[in-house]
Design a protein around this ligand. Structure first.
Ligand code: DGY
Length: 319
């Protein structure tokens, strides 16, 4: 069997697959467009793509030997699930193993924005520090303020636990209530709509998948509903926010700040987000820890080995 890994990943994962199959590893960015994937895919039985690779219906249909797509991510909005199902191709993602690293980054962005850490560092490095100032860099204290989570799944829950340890009150919006034990543990309040959550919270964190339903979930109206000191954190997917509206809201002071790890048209970042006040940005690194990236790769590799050897693990989510 032949396996295509679309770009270099942790070496021990490649070796694990090489113990079983003939493996090709693409160069970074080689497969970020549909055409190149369509051209390559007929040669492969398994595909291990990145979230930046568009695994469209055309790609899947061109994969005459393709049996499994094991995404190197928990999100899978880059894969046409309908087409995979129709063509009897299994799809796996990598839940759990990046929950803690992603929640850490959400918390890091929140702290960085709330306490103006990047702005303060820039000031210091520019040689502007003239001694302790009573009114310099005043930010938001987390203790006693309210975090609103859109999407109380694994990562949302892990972020809520961290925020609770910092003394924050937790509110959330989901399609439905989480289990009552979890609501009790977090003392979390369910909100019927994102709008209600936006009105009530000092911080709004996006932790939902990107679907037709969540595309531009945060638009001009939602931003206008947020208090003007409020901070928005996005470690989910860029298109969940209307980036144009967010840039405007940051520049005009409709909200207080943003911490963004994801962008609407990655790798491009809206120029008015790049220069927005009190906006901390990172290049989609939520899962970028040694532990998570190795485990992500191993989970994807295990899914491929299971399917190609005819013993798929019952845990493989056939999405
Ligand atoms: C994922 O796995 O979906 C994340 O976006 C990686 O950071």
């Amino acid at each position: 069997y032949r396996v295509l890994i679309t770009e270099p990943i942790v070496e021990s994962v490649v070796q694990r697959l090489e113990n079983h199959f003939r493996v090709d590893v693409g160069k970074r960015g080689d497969f970020n467009n549909e055409e190149q994937l369509v051209k390559a895919i007929p040669n492969y039985d398994a595909l291990l793509p990145m979230l930046s690779n568009p695994v469209t219906a055309r790609v899947i249909e061109a994969g005459s030997k393709l049996k499994i797509i094991a995404n190197h991510a928990v999100g899978y909005n880059n894969i046409d699930l309908e087409a995979a199902k129709k063509n009897d191709v299994k799809v796996a993602n990598t839940p759990d193993v990046l929950t803690q690293s992603s929640a850490d980054l959400g918390m890091a962005l929140l702290l960085a924005v709330a306490r103006k850490i990047v702005e303060a560092q820039d000031y210091l490095k520019a040689g502007k520090f003239e001694g302790w100032e009573p009114l310099g860099f005043l930010g938001m204290e987390l203790n006693g303020n309210t975090l609103g989570i859109v999407g109380m799944g694994r990562i949302g829950t892990a972020l809520a636990r961290r925020a609770k340890a910092f003394g924050m009150n937790i509110c959330y919006h989901n399609r439905s209530h989480v289990e009552s034990e979890l609501e009790d543990e977090l003392d979390a309040t369910y909100m019927k709509s994102v709008r209600e959550l936006a009105e009530k919270c000092d911080v709004l964190s996006l932790n939902c998948p990107l679907t037709d339903e969540t595309h531009h979930l945060v638009n001009r109206d939602i931003l206008a509903a947020m208090p003007d000191h409020a901070i928005i954190i996005n470690t989910a997917r860029g298109p969940v926010i209307d980036e144009e509206a967010l840039a405007e809201a940051l520049h005009s002071g409709i909200i207080g700040g943003a911490g963004l790890d994801v962008f609407e048209n990655e790798p491009e970042v809206h120029p008015r987000i790049l220069n927005a006040p009190n906006c901390v940005i990172t290049p989609h690194i939520a899962s970028a820890t040694h532990q998570s990236r190795k485990s992500i790769g191993m989970l994807a590799a295990d899914a491929i080995i299971g399917v190609l050897q005819g013993k798929p693990d019952s845990d493989i989510p056939n999405l």
